[in-house]
Design a protein around this ligand. Structure first.
Ligand SMILES: [Zn+2]
Length: 90
């Protein structure tokens, strides 16, 4: 399990940056080449439909993040990954 998740599961108060990263990580791991704002909004919509008793952390995160911020983080990570791969080829 990723350590980012442990941070969220263990805490009562979810900081916004952790919430954004938690949701962004799921979107990033879906590994679609071109992720759109619509993809992020769909995923947030699914999470917001969770029953409160789920307490999976992600729906709490979805309640406080803005889709454009999530998309921005995903794009930063994708760019970093692309740079790392390019360097590995040299
Ligand atoms: Zn949930």
């Amino acid at each position: 399990m990723n350590s980012r998740y442990l941070l969220v599961y263990g805490s009562h108060r979810l900081r916004v940056i952790e919430a954004i990263e938690l949701v962004a990580l799921d979107v990033f791991n879906a590994r679609r080449r071109q992720i759109t704002l619509g993809d992020v909004e769909n995923y947030l919509g699914q999470l917001r439909n969770h029953a409160p008793e789920y307490r999976c952390g992600r729906c709490q995160a979805a309640a406080i993040v803005r889709p454009d911020r999530v998309l921005m983080i995903v794009r930063v990570w994708q760019r970093q990954l692309a740079v790392t791969r390019l360097r590995a080829l040299r």
